[in-house]
Design a binder for this molecule. Sequence first.
Ligand SMILES: Cc1cc2nc3c(=O)[nH]c(=O)nc-3n(C[C@H](O)[C@H](O)[C@H](O)COP(=O)(O)OP(=O)(O)OC[C@H]3O[C@@H](n4cnc5c(N)ncnc54)[C@H](O)[C@@H]3O)c2cc1C
Length: 539
Amino acid sequence: MKYSNYSVVIIGSGISGLYAALKINQIANLPDGILLITKSGLGESNSKYAQGGIVAVMKSNKKDSVSSHISDTIKAGAGLSEFDSAKYISENSDKVIHDLLNFGVEFDFDENGDFAYTLEAAHSVRRILHSGGDATGRNIENALLKKIAETKEIEVYENTAAVDILCNSDKTTKGVITYNETTSEYETIYSPAVILATGGIGQLYKYTTNPKNATGDGIALAFRVNAELQDLEFVQFHPTALAIDGEENRFLISESVRGEGAKLVDADGVEFMQDYHELKELAPRDIVTRAIFDKMQHDNTENVYLNATALDKSLLEKRFPTISKKCAENGIDISKDFIPVAPAAHYYMGGIKTDLFGRTSIKGLYAIGETASTGLHGANRLASNSLLECVVCAYSVAKYLENEELKSPKKIDEKSKSVIDKYSNDVFLEEKDVKNFKKNLQEIMWNGAGIIRTEYSMMQALEQLFELSRNFHRGSKCLNIEEYEFRNMLISARLILQTAIMRKESRGAHFRSDYPQTAENGTHSIITKDELGELSFVK
Ligand SMILES: Cc1cc2nc3c(=O)[nH]c(=O)nc-3n(C[C@H](O)[C@H](O)[C@H](O)COP(=O)(O)OP(=O)(O)OC[C@H]3O[C@@H](n4cnc5c(N)ncnc54)[C@H](O)[C@@H]3O)c2cc1C
């Protein structure tokens, strides 16, 4: 076991982690330095795949306003979006966009030199900025990575997973334990500020738009130290992922393709969204997803189609170069052919409960980005609000840490020591077929807690999950990062099932065919871990 000391440790190198590292390094006093850890290589994250864009209520955009953005966010959130979160995040969008420009991010501009805005579902005005047409996430991430490379003060560990948080009995964070896959070494990193920027949970599902590393680690790490978690039952399924046979990790066909006018059609080219919602293709995501799911079941097909052939070819090439290329690689010319699409797990509204400074219920433990739940998204995220939340909350955690004393802790108690001991001891571990375990879990979650849920489907899934857990059977230590991911997936999947079973209504992305109505007064569900290690409801 190695030991080290830092003022701040950030876990995750998506847009929230990278931007937080740069801002904290710019603003805060860091006597013991700053460390960024990522379990894969730098640049591999959900962020890299974000296409459509980032919401920005720019002061220069006279057609838009904070109140209009708040109203759209709250409408999409199905009664659970927090007004204060929506207001704060919207009000700060102009500032962070200018800051991103200073960091070298290049957004697309129109022929008049103004920001080029696009429209996505459930936005009442064009307010979504993009970069490189449909490469927004990749371009923001690359610009931030370039700055990270130039900033010598920020140390980076790649191929290193955070495996446990150190937390004293008084609920104060003391650091984190990491495992480096390249050297097979564990390290205890003492730090008074640990920031979870670990992203989403898409890999818990058979079909997902998320990359391999979206395994819900932050949720599991936070639960293991009894942090409060919020709205875990709300998983957003994107309506239009490219449905190519055999591909379970599905490439996203951004909502902005529908925003620009593409239509959803069946195999005969007949439009069907008018049968489901007055806003048709631009209805809220959960509605479009369930409409497609229903249509697929009714027609007994594996997908429906997106018809973008009426759009101007040059617009398609300019606005959607990444999508055009990916489709062309699969023999689809989007200016002439229908695009086969089906829903896939996409975004996690639930997460570690935080305030707008990223503070969790554990002192010194912060969470930002997709792993956090600020209450912005409620039961259903408004398109392109997530990247905005990532950057605004990364900015505000940096502002908060500006006023904190960030000396690496000198003392830990027995509780933290016992966690370190677990990883210090050598234990013999038999190899497990973890790839197969992951596949099973993904199948269980897709069938049991997918787009349409019932008490029966979820109880059955829970039982199957317990069986899987018994077969995996690991104590604290695992053999490699993939096993740690699976350990985390088991925890996150169980918590999603348990909270979804308890929510006996349908709301936003959580749809139960046995409780199709939405209750009158919706409330957040907040959970933590009790003394016996079981889930307990705080609210
Ligand atoms: C295909 C796709 C398209 C999208 N399009 C849009 C869009 O147009 N607009 C929008 O607003 N949002 C979009 N989203 C959502 C948005 O991209 C994400 O919500 C956002 O990028 C999340 O950023 P993050 O920094 O929180 O996490 P991520 O970008 O997912 O980064 C998480 C990081 O944490 C690391 N990590 C995880 N666990 C550990 C661990 N235990 N130890 C060490 N490192 C760890 C991962 O390796 C990764 O580096 C899209 C998402 C996808 C998948």
